[in-house]
Structure formats: C-alpha cells, structure tokens
Design a protein around this ligand. Structure first.
Ligand code: GZL
Length: 327
C-alpha cells in the first residue's frame, strides 16, 4: 500500500462492496462491467470435437468481429483441468469479461471463483456449474443456454405417444458430469418412469462423441438384443448408434427407434431418411444473445439467472421443411 494508506484502501474496497481479507480483496459481490466502446472478452470453449461445438464457436467469433470486440479464444480439448488453466490465463491477461462453457459442473468452480475474485464477470454459455457451489447473480452473471431437463422431457413425451409397442431403451449419455448429460437424463428418465410401460435396459456415457457412441451402442445392443429404442443425448452419438444398429443387421427406424438432441443438419437429414425418429434442437448459435446480454449487464440492467434459448423439435412431420434452418 505504498501509494495510498492501507486504511484508505480498505475503506475504498469496502465501499466497492468487496471484503478486504488479510490484505487481499475478494469480491463479495458480483464484479460489475464498465460501459465502453469495445471490450476484450474471453471465450473458454470446452472442445471442438463435433459440429455443435464448432457452430457455437463460429457464432461467438462472428458476433465479436461484427461488434468490434477483441476475443481471446481458448479450446480445452475436452480437459476440464485445461479449461481451468485457460480461464486463469484470461484473468492474467486482464480481459473485461469471460464467456465460459464449463465442460463439467464441478471442476470449473475454481475458475468461476478466481474470475470473481479478480473482479472479472463471467457469463456461462451452454453448460452450467453445480448450483450448490456457485450461484447466478452472486458468483457469475447468468447462464445462457437450453433447458436440458425440458429437452429430455420433450423427447420422452414424443416417445410415449409414438412408441407403437416398442419399450426397451438403451440410453447413450453425454459427457459424465456435464450439465446437459445430467439434466437430459433427468428429464427423460423421470418422464418415461411416470408414463410407465418402458424399461431403460442400459444407460452409459458415449461422451457426446460419434465413435464412442457407436462403440457403446454396439456393446449394449449385443448385451440387450431385445432393445428396440436408442435415446442419445446428442446427434453425434445418435449417428454412431445408427451405424451400430445397421452393423447388428437391424433397420434403424423400423427395428430400433433412434431419438436425439441437438438438431444439426446431419441428424435432421437422418429424420427425413427415416433413420432417426425425432430430434429436439439445442441451438448452438450463442453469439448474438451472448454479446447482447454482456452489453445489457454493462448498462446495469437486471439479468435473469437463466437466459433460456428456445429449442425447435423435428420429426417426420417437419424435418424436410426445416432442414435449411438446421445448423
Ligand atoms: C449442449 C452442449 C452439448 C451438445 C453436444 O448445450 O453442451 O455439447 O448437446 C456438445 O453436442 O458436445
């Protein structure tokens, strides 16, 4: 404290709503964002291993460029530990705000808290963190993304109406510990259980990946030859499962119903081709809403704890008409 007295610093820090602890300042309140022409913002992406993530990244980069903001982009290549390091690097670079798509709900908590302590606001995109460990409006500004429980519920409700006697489900889960995997399972499983007449014969992670999804589907189809439904938490695993079903000498859409979430062009085309029965969209085009939310926050507007993206629904009734709009 050689420039100003310690007492003056403590008074200033307290007035700013921060708690001065043992000489360092931990922000008790959410860091603010000053209004200015352009910003230096971080986007800590979890990985780029599928069309959904690539579409999300492209949307963020395009919007940043359109608005003239500097984007510090990192790709954690599927490692939560690297994603934490990526966020810490952005903090060290002194970015104004961080957009974070946390790979898993718990390991990214230290990164969220480190940004808060450094006085840098965080907006969660697409995936969330464990709400018992960090809260919107207190530790980060908001979560922008889909309602994953609703996505699982919607695909289950479609199945209940259209199963036509099929009832034995293989569930291909997304990345273990991620909020989309946790909540798509919760929404689907609870709805199926309440409806009655179905059995989830196996449920295993394919890590949101096409080849892992195919391998897991192959193993589970062999272990459960009576399975006649595959519910995949994303298109990549659904398309992998189609290959597994065909490798087993069965016809997707006829012998085994395939259900998915994401709604990319390849999956919507598979609906047209009769290989996927239904897909709930999970819109990856975050750019406009992400930066709009950032600017609203800078203006001091109250931001809801969750800013939910609306998701479309595709089945044989609308897939052909909607294909052009799919990402
Ligand atoms: C969902 C997103 C998921 C997609 C997958 O918001 O986190 O991650 O559904 C992607 O395709 O890997």
């Amino acid at each position: 404290m050689n420039r100003i007295s310690r007492r003056a610093f403590m008074l200033a820090a307290t007035a700013a709503g921060a708690i001065a602890i043992a000489g360092t300042v931990a922000f008790a309140e959410l860091p603010k964002l000053a209004q200015k022409e352009t910003y230096k913002v971080g986007f800590a992406q979890t990985e780029s291993n599928n069309p959904w993530r690539i579409a999300q990244t492209n949307s963020m980069k395009a919007e940043a460029e359109k608005l003239g903001h500097q984007l510090v982009y990192t790709d954690a290549a599927g490692s939560a530990a690297k994603q934490v390091a990526d966020v810490n690097s952005m903090i060290a670079q002194g970015v104004d705000l961080i957009f974070l798509a946390p790979r898993e709900e718990k390991p990214l908590i230290p990164a969220v808290m480190a940004a808060k302590k450094a006085g840098i606001p965080v907006i969660l995109l697409d995936r969330s963190v464990d709400p018992s460990l960090a809260k919107a409006g207190e530790d980060y500004v908001t979560f922008i993304g889909s309602d994953f429980i609703e996505e699982g519920k919607r695909i289950a409700e479609w199945l209940v109406k259209n199963a036509n006697g099929k009832s034995k489900i293989i569930e291909l889960e997304g990345t273990t510990g991620s909020s989309p995997a946790n909540d798509r399972k919760k929404g689907f499983d609870e709805t199926i259980k309440a409806a009655g007449g179905f059995e989830i014969v196996a449920s295993q992670s394919g890590d949101f990946a096409r080849d892992k999804g195919r391998q897991v589907a192959e193993a589970l189809l062999q272990a459960h030859p009576d399975a006649d439904i595959v519910y995949a938490h994303n298109d990549e695993m659904a398309i992998g499962a189609i290959a597994a079903i065909e490798a087993a000498g069965k016809v997707p859409g006829k012998d085994v119903l395939v259900l998915s979430i994401d709604g990319g062009k390849e999956a919507v085309q598979a609906v047209i081709d009769g290989k996927i029965a239904a897909v709930v969209e999970c819109n990856p085009r975050f750019g406009p809403k992400a930066f709009e939310t950032m600017l609203r926050y800078a203006k001091g507007e109250k931001i809801d704890p969750m800013v939910i993206n609306e998701d479309k629904f595709y089945d044989s009734s609308n897939a052909a008409a909607e294909l052009a709009n799919a990402y």
